[in-house]
Design a protein around this ligand. Structure first.
Ligand code: CP3
Length: 348
């Protein structure tokens, strides 16, 4: 499917400076919205919601209907890929995802790359439904986890604190762990290419745990797999912008941008706007990076921070977003305030 070249989000990712800046929020669909919670109780579990096209499409559209963001991010999860590879996955209330951990070569051997496209067909169906429902100014964003971040969940079996299992496997046995990453690179390319074919105009690679690796491991397990995914997707879909979000990359953001070939970079909350403007904005479109807690705080703190971020970064290619996802405690009216502030914002 061709992409909407005139949509504000697509234009910003092509390098244009746009006033007011296009915006969307990571985790913009979810527990902070009453309409999400109402839909949530209708499904047995989270995986079922992701694999029921009518529900996934409806959840994608809910925040866009309310706030008219410039981007509609597909309602799904980065862990749908391990699920489609055959790894058992459940989501527990307050605990998050639980997977049957993969510990060694034999565990990798049980993963079935050949079945992912048929298992993920409901996801592509959801993309098609959203693409049909969207107006001409809203961009449809597909996504996947990066191989490294997905591997942390596959190996640890859950959200981790120290990442002892996955890091020590990567350090001790780079060849064996590399086989898992290679498989995830291949699966991620197929997963994202199919989303693009179904109507996703932009895709984002979520690398939520990029920041736990020092060099040179960061180069090997974050940059290199991302570079391969970007190159493969660009061969097939040269016009579709790709955003990378290597959360916590710190001083390695610059290397990440120049070596992966992504069009836009998502910055986490800790990256100073002045540094982003001086060192990163000439390399890629900047996306970010308001502290999600400011959306809970609201009031003058929110207003000052939004205006300052737009002043600092709005003069160049910029997509307004948070530095991480919307938190469940966020009052929906503060997102409305954000929408109003952005609509009235002017670049410096
Ligand atoms: O952004 C969106 O609105 C689109 C949907 C989306 C979800 N997950 C839905 C979801 C996206 C883009 C993701 C990405 C994702 N999933 C990431 C990367 C981004 C990040 O936040 O760091 C990660 C690490 C995951 C894995 C995951 N999924 C975890 C750790 C959890 C549990 C923690 C939590 O917030 O509950 C999930 C569950 C999940 N994914 C929910 C939603 C709306 C909550 C499910 C519920 O209703 O209980």
């Amino acid at each position: 499917m061709p992409i909407g070249q005139n949509k504000p989000l697509v234009r910003a990712l092509a390098g244009e400076s746009i006033t007011p800046p296009p915006w969307w929020l990571m985790r913009q669909a979810g527990r902070y919205l009453p309409e999400y919670r109402a839909t949530r109780v209708k499904a047995n579990d989270f995986v079922e919601m992701c694999l029921t096209p009518a529900i996934a499409a409806e959840l994608t559209l809910q925040p866009v209907r309310r706030y008219r963001m410039d981007g509609a991010i597909l309602f799904s999860d980065i862990l749908m890929l391990p699920y489609a590879l055959g790894q058992a996955l459940t989501f527990r209330e307050r605990e998050g995802p639980i997977l049957e951990p993969i510990e060694n070569h034999a565990g990798i051997g049980r993963l079935k790359l050949g079945q992912i496209m048929s298992h993920l067909e409901p996801v592509f169906d959801a993309v098609r439904r959203v693409a049909e429902a969207l107006d001409t100014r809203t961009t449809l964003i597909g996504f996947a986890g990066s191989p490294w971040t997905v591997a942390t969940y596959m190996v640890e079996g859950r959200t981790s604190r120290e990442f002892r299992q996955v890091k020590s496997w990567a350090y001790r046995d780079a060849k064996g762990f590399g086989a898992l990453i290679d498989l995830l690179v291949e699966g991620t390319v197929d997963f994202l290419a199919a989303q693009m074919a179904a109507g996703a105009e932009v895709v984002q690679l979520f690398d939520s745990w990029a920041g736990i690796l020092p060099e040179p491991a960061f180069g090997r397990w974050v940059i290199e797999p991302t570079r391969r995914i970007v190159a493969a997707l660009k061969r097939r879909f040269p016009d579709h912008p790709i955003i990378g979000f290597p959360r916590g990359a710190g001083l390695l953001y610059e290397r990440y941008i120049t070596e992966t070939g992504i069009d836009g970079v998502g910055l986490d909350t800790m990256v100073p706007a002045g540094y982003a403007r001086a060192q990163l904005q000439q390399l890629a479109t900047i996306q970010g990076n308001l502290d999600p807690v400011l959306l809970i705080a609201g009031g003058a703190a929110l207003e000052t921070a939004v205006k300052e971020l737009c002043r600092m970064l709005g003069g160049g290619p910029f997509v307004f977003n948070l530095g991480h996802g919307v938190l469940p405690e966020t009052p929906p009216e503060n997102v409305e305030t954000l929408a109003t502030l952005l609509a009235g914002s002017n670049a410096a």
